[in-house]
Design a binder for this molecule. Structure first.
Ligand code: SAM
Length: 264
């Protein structure tokens, strides 16, 4: 009997899509010495290829109905560990150590919580290669313009994101509503930005700047409790027009602006 896909777990499997799987393996560049963490192995299409190359593969799967299938396929392989749990409830450091690479076709209904969790574990996770909804990948990887959001900056603060390739929705079973994309986030090991501005401070300003996407920076920043005249002076000092919108600021523009705010 074939597996019955569950919508509530975001189950859209890559079945027999050798070309896509080959491309995933190529861009994620899994090496013989790598420990790989895969979130949501499904029926194990990607897992099998990861096991061919990596030193260890740890998969975290929530759906008990997939346990038997996965155990039957991979349990005899000493490189393989299956964790049956909600990834968001899992202490990743119980299973993987420093230098871990994440390669996964993640469940889309929890894309942001998963990315946040992986970033929080950046002391053990070096690189993230994930499949997400195309539109989400475009938002995270946008360098300028309307697609930028708090999520874009949240990723940029901790690492370098790259849009790798698009996967049409027809490649999945069942066929989802939207296309997907494969993207990477290489996490900074040198606290590139966090050593300049601490996390709370950075996000206070970024969230304020994006609070209302239709408003310009001057109007959004009034929520920080400064007068418009003070704000005009700060923006002028940062060489940013008061009519500018948050989406057109790079992370470096933000850091510069925050430094001026904090001096006041
Ligand atoms: N990797 C497989 C593939 O490409 O064919 C399946 C990907 S499917 C988009 C997402 C997988 O994540 C499913 O196997 C689903 O059961 C699992 N999943 C959903 N929510 C989860 C959670 N909170 N923790 C761990 N796995 C989860």
């Amino acid at each position: 009997m074939s597996f019955k896909h569950k919508k509530k777990f975001g189950q859209n499997f890559l079945t027999d899509q050798r070309e896509v799987l080959r491309k995933i393996m190529e861009v994620s560049d899994v090496k013989a010495e790598d420990t790989v963490l895969e979130i949501g192995p499904g029926e194990g299409a990607l897992t099998a290829l990861l096991l061919d190359t990596a030193k260890r593969v740890v998969t975290v799967e929530i759906d008990r109905d997939l346990e038997k299938i996965l155990r039957k396929k991979f349990d005899s392989n000493p490189k393989y560990t299956l964790v049956m749990n909600d990834v968001l409830e899992t202490n990743l450091k119980d299973y993987v150590g420093e230098g871990t690479k994440v390669v996964a076709n993640i469940p889309y209904y929890i894309t942001s919580p998963i990315i946040n969790k992986l970033i929080e574990n950046r002391d053990v996770i070096d690189e993230i290669y994930i499949m997400v909804q195309k539109e989400v990948a475009e938002r995270i990887c946008a360098k300028k313009g309307k697609e930028r959001s708090v999520l874009t900056l949240a990723v940029e603060y901790f690492g370098e994101a790259e849009y790798l390739f698009t996967i049409p929705k027809e490649f999945f079973t069942p066929i989802p509503k939207v296309d997907s994309a494969f993207m990477s986030i290489k996490l900074y090991k040198n606290e590139r930005y966090s050593k300049i501005v601490d996390e709370d401070c950075f996000f206070k300003y970024v969230k304020a700047a994006f609070a209302n996407k239709r408003k310009n920076l001057l109007n959004n920043f009034t929520a920080l409790g400064k007068s418009k005249d003070e704000l005009r002076e700060i923006l002028a000092q940062a060489n940013i027009a008061e009519t500018e919108r948050a989406e057109n600021l790079s992370i470096d523009d933000f850091l510069n602006l925050i430094a001026i705010f904090e001096k006041k």
